[in-house]
Design a protein around this ligand. Structure first.
Ligand code: HOZ
Length: 424
């Protein structure tokens, strides 16, 4: 028995499913998850001494690679002054100014502790601002696990095949309406079903929790127009895309301005952080200025702010990171496409810059329904092969691959070789 297997055996006795977040249990793979003890650059190491090229990157935030020296130093320095005060600190102001001065659609921002919390709070702010209750989300988009968002959600919910979570009262989801990704008509129909009642449309501007699904031309622009026409708030959930596609996230990349934006772990460089921000007049609805209540002792935690701000500064001061990520994405994902073509497999790779996903289906994947046509058994088989060859992918068909600045040509070549071996 490996050390990972032994740990998993212990874990399942004391932690539901042996993990603190479902996808990492490898449930879709049917093996014990690898227990990770260390990360360095684009590599992670498990407790059995195996080294893997990591394409999870902590689900995005390790955009500069694991254990990035400047970030590590900033955390050590911050720790020397204390871990948490539950009081206002200077670095929170610096963080807010840094983001607001560089991202035009973020006029004010509030720090929270996770993407889930960011979305839950942004939705509350949008409801408070509009005085309306209904929310339109898209099937296959994942916005964390707050009650109202657990409707046709992507990520682990999709992996485990539960369309709606148990334990969520009907009352909590009765105002959540579900549209079809890339289908503006489905959004218009929902607006028409509930005239004057829709507070917000929330969308992952690039779907990255049903595998990777790109917004088709005009989709995001169409959402902007519909929201303007109907007086609803447009929320971009940029937990995955924020500071990754561009410093200003998908909004900057696609030139579409949301009213509110939600961020996750990436603004904490992997520390437990999230944030929501946007138009001043909406953000001023939030307590203690306005009547929308939202709070948290750990919000704006000084250690998390130190790590996050160091990473954001690095990204902003080194814009070439984004060019590199584009180039590496081209090399890796186009390389995979070429291998598939040569092997005569009908599968496809959806990708944009550093994000990508190999779908085990012959259908063009453009929404939740087409993503679900993927053969998850085939994915599991491929995943196991890649793992054996030292490549650590997200253990589900419905997650993205993340490249970082630390991945070099050599690791991309090694990855492509493993892909080639599999499809040969
Ligand atoms: N929901 C996350 C992926 N989209 C997985 C989080 C985790 O297991 O760490």
């Amino acid at each position: 028995m490996t050390r990972s297997e032994a740990l998993f055996e212990r874990a399942v006795k004391r932690i539901p499913g042996g993990v603190n977040s479902p996808v990492r249990a490898y449930g879709a793979i049917g093996e014990a998850p690898r227990f990770i003890c260390k990360g360095d650059g684009c590599h992670i190491f498990d407790v059995d001494g195996n080294r893997y090229i990591d394409y999870i990157c902590s689900w995005g935030p390790m955009i500069l690679g694991h254990n990035f020296p400047e970030i590590r130093e900033s955390v050590i320095k911050a720790c020397e002054k204390g871990l948490s005060f539950g009081c206002a600190t200077e670095i929170e102001v610096e963080m807010a100014e840094y983001i607001c001065e560089r991202i035009p659609h973020v006029e004010m921002i509030r720090m929270v502790n996770s993407g889930t919390e960011a979305v839950m709070s942004a939705v509350r702010a949008a409801r408070g601002y509009t005085g309306r209750n209904k929310i339109i989300k898209f099937a296959g988009c994942y916005h964390g696990h707050s009650d109202a968002m657990l409707v046709s959600a992507g990520s682990g919910v999709m992996t485990s095949g539960i369309p709606d979570s148990a334990g969520v009262p009907k009352g909590c989801t009765m105002d959540t309406m579900t549209a079809v990704y890339n289908d503006l008509e489905s959004v218009r129909m929902l607006f028409d079903q509930a005239p004057g009642e829709v507070a917000a449309v929330i969308v992952e501007p690039v779907g990255a929790n049903m595998g990777v699904v790109l917004p088709e031309e005009g989709f995001l622009e169409g959402l902007r127009r519909l929201c303007d026409e109907k007086g609803a708030v447009l929320i971009f959930d940029e937990v995955i895309t924020g500071f990754r596609l561009a410093f200003g996230g998908a909004a900057e990349y696609f030139h579409v301005r949301p009213d509110l934006v939600t961020y996750g772990k990436i603004i904490g460089a992997g520390m437990p952080v999230g944030a929501y921000g946007g138009k001043k007049e909406i953000m001023e609805m939030v307590s203690p200025v306005g009547k929308v209540y939202q709070a948290g002792t750990l919000s704006g935690n000084p250690i998390a702010m130190a790590a996050g701000l160091t990473q954001l500064r690095w990204l902003y001061e080194h814009p070439q990171v984004y060019t590199h990520l584009e180039e590496k994405g081209e090399k890796l994902y186009k390389g995979m496409e070429k291998i598939l073509k040569e092997s005569g497999k009908p599968y496809s790779v959806n990708h944009l810059a550093s994000l990508g996903c190999l779908f085990f289906t012959g259908e063009k994947v453009r929404d939740y329904a087409s993503a679900k046509t993927s053969c998850t058994e085939a994915f599991a088989d491929y995943f196991k092969h890649m793992l054996k060859n030292g490549i650590h992918l997200a253990p589900s068909q419905f997650e993205a691959m993340f490249l970082s600045e630390a991945h070099t040509e050599a690791e991309i070549e090694e990855t492509l070789l493993a892909v080639k071996k599999y499809f040969r």
